[in-house]
Design a protein around this ligand. Structure first.
Ligand code: LIP
Length: 285
């Protein structure tokens, strides 16, 4: 059954997500100060490169409490403690308390809090706060995308040669997975694109595409909480978001997306992903 929510409910949700992102951002900032005297304690999740810290859990708890206080009947899908909640058509908060945990642990700038409201399995609201950059990206379906309150738009470029492209390393470091990523990066470098970047937070790299700083980003083996909020921010900035190996579909539970300023460019990303068997190589299929 298709679900609808009112403008008033959306306004309440915007307020909650903004407040929750601010509280989690304050925890990240404080922990960065603490980080100077003590190394952040990390635990490896799926393998030795997939890290989690005590701050991920702290941020998640605070965010969930705030979201629940105003929308007690919405579902919550969240990276640390609610990662196996089923995504239905009902309103669902999709939360990554710290996206870019590896960057956070190592003291890089590119970590953020990512909060989306998803209805009918489509993101309709996104708030992504990057405390170290002092940038907050927001979007609501039909209302545009913003960075620190200023409207943002994707780049006007239509050629890959004039592009900056993000292709992340994967947590999967099998020979097949590494070869696939390197093959894609090599082909793009030789094209040549203006530049390749390899940052640490999916949500934030989507915001960089939305703000016109890069033209394309694609990745598989990521989760709904990594790309739900970024999806609505890119779309509201005039860009496109679809699956990694199909320009016509989009699925938050299919563990991957390709986003960019226009389809001329993202179609090339899909072509490369198919050519180098990217999804299967990274997901061990
Ligand atoms: C990470 C992403 C990163 C991506 C990793 C992972 P985490 O999320 O944002 O960009 O390359 O696959 O999903 O683990 O820091 O929340």
């Amino acid at each position: 059954m298709v679900v609808s929510i009112s403008e008033t409910e959306i306004n309440v949700a915007v307020d909650l997500a903004t407040r929750a992102a601010a509280v989690a951002s304050a925890i990240i900032n404080k922990s960065i100060e603490e980080r100077q005297s003590a190394m952040v304690e990390t635990v490896a999740k799926t393998n030795s490169t997939d890290l989690v810290t005590m701050y991920d859990a702290q941020c998640e708890e605070e965010v969930i409490n705030i979201l629940k206080s105003g929308t007690p009947f919405y579902n919550i899908l969240s990276e640390e403690t609610r990662s196996d909640v089923e995504l239905t058509n009902d309103p669902t908060w999709v939360v990554d308390p710290i996206d870019g945990t590896t960057s956070f642990v190592h003291g890089f700038y590119d970590c953020c809090v990512s909060i989306a409201l998803v209805v009918n399995k489509e993101p309709i609201l996104g708030v992504i706060s990057a405390p170290r950059l002092q940038e907050i990206f927001t979007a609501v379906k039909g209302r545009g995308a913003f960075c620190n309150g200023q409207r943002i738009f994707v780049s006007e470029s239509t050629t890959l040669e004039e592009s900056v492209v993000f292709v992340h390393q994967s947590y999967n470091r099998s020979q097949r997975a590494v070869d696939s990523v390197i093959a894609i990066q090599t082909e793009l470098a030789k094209l040549p694109v203006h530049s390749l970047r390899n940052n640490g937070a999916a949500a934030l790299d989507m915001c960089f595409v939305a703000a016109g700083r890069a033209e394309m980003y694609f990745e598989v083996n990521i989760h709904a909480w990594d790309y739900a909020a970024g999806t609505i921010i890119v779309r509201e900035a005039g860009g496109v978001v679809h699956d990694v190996d199909d320009t016509e579909t989009y699925d938050l539970m299919r563990h991957g997306m390709c986003c960019g300023c226009c389809k001329e460019i993202t179609a090339k990303g899909v072509e490369l992903a198919r050519k180098y068997d990217y999804r299967n190589a990274i997901m061990d299929l």
